[in-house]
Design a protein around this ligand. Structure first.
Ligand SMILES: NC(=O)c1ccc[n+]([C@@H]2O[C@H](COP(=O)([O-])OP(=O)(O)OC[C@H]3O[C@@H](n4cnc5c(N)ncnc54)[C@H](OP(=O)(O)O)[C@@H]3O)[C@@H](O)[C@H]2O)c1
Length: 246
């Protein structure tokens, strides 16, 4: 049986890049999606697509064709990790540029929805295990002022995952799905949170102290926790998870 296959969005930097490195080291075959492919990932078992997930329809259509063309059941498992996301300017909702709000929502929620739909439909005939892992956040479950679009996209991702879990449970060989909060991680996204305008974003000081107090996980440590969750025997028994509860 050939290696497992993993489709990973946002593989170029941060948590996604760390997951890509670890998945590749385990011998998984990767399809990596981001705007800027990372040359470090180039290699025989990695295919990279340069796609802007704020325009997700085309990427989802392309993914559907790619999954449908895989040799049927000739690999150990098939996984989609929806990891890409971005923050709009951190400020009260009415102060954020409308195009920026729309773009962040599309990357954070519309793209995972369309990619997951394409993935599930094009792989429905497979009998090998299929998993969808949506990267959520504690902020999906506990809102902050100045982060409304990010909180909304991630809360939507959580509830999308709950609904899909019900649908897939009713199908033969249904996919397993989890929306998982990965902890707080030392990436560009955290830098954006602690560099925001302090007047517009009252939570800035809290994010600065997470860094100053050494409470951020490295991307590598966070990736190991997330990928360990993916390997749990009970993966998907609860569609909502947090690596801090492991
Ligand atoms: N960092 C944290 O503390 C933290 C905490 C909780 C949850 N998370 C979640 O963890 C995931 C990874 O975050 P991170 O901290 O690693 O963020 P990051 O360092 O900012 O990386 C974001 C990734 O998403 C990709 N991306 C962003 N916009 C995109 C677009 N329009 N089209 C395609 N790809 C796009 C980026 O690639 P390109 O720029 O090449 O497109 C990059 O690979 C996110 O879902 C985030 O919400 C992070």
């Amino acid at each position: 049986m050939a290696a497992s296959i993993c489709i990973l969005t946002g593989a170029s930097r941060g948590l996604g890049l760390a997951m890509a490195r670890q998945l590749r080291a385990c011998g998984q075959r990767l399809l990596a999606l981001s705007r800027q492919p990372n040359a470090e990932l180039d290699g025989r078992d990695v295919e990279q697509w340069a796609v802007d997930l704020s325009q997700p329809a085309e990427a989802a259509a392309r993914l559907r064709v790619w999954v449908a063309a895989l040799p049927r059941n000739q690999f150990a498992s098939l996984t989609l990790i929806n990891n890409a996301a971005g923050l709009a300017t951190l400020a009260p909702l009415g102060d954020v540029d409308a195009a920026e709000l729309s773009q962040a929502l599309r990357v954070g929620l519309e793209a995972p929805m369309l990619l997951t739909a394409a993935f599930l439909d094009a792989s429905a005939d497979l009998t090998v295990p299929r998993k969808v892992l949506n990267i959520s956040t504690g902020l999906a479950r506990s809102a902050i002022a100045g982060g409304a679009v990010y909180c909304a996209a991630k809360a939507g991702l959580d509830h999308l995952s709950r609904a899909i879990a019900l649908e897939e449970a009713a199908r033969p060989n249904g996919a397993k799905i989890v929306s998982l909060a990965p902890g707080v991680i030392d990436t560009d996204m955290q830098l954006q949170l602690r560099s925001a305008d302090a007047q517009a974003f009252g939570e800035r000081a809290r994010f600065a102290s997470l860094k100053n107090e050494g409470r951020l996980d490295s991307a590598e440590a966070a990736a190991a926790k997330v990928l360990a969750w993916l390997e749990r025997a009970d993966f998907g028994s609860n569609p909502i998870g947090d690596v801090r509860d492991a």
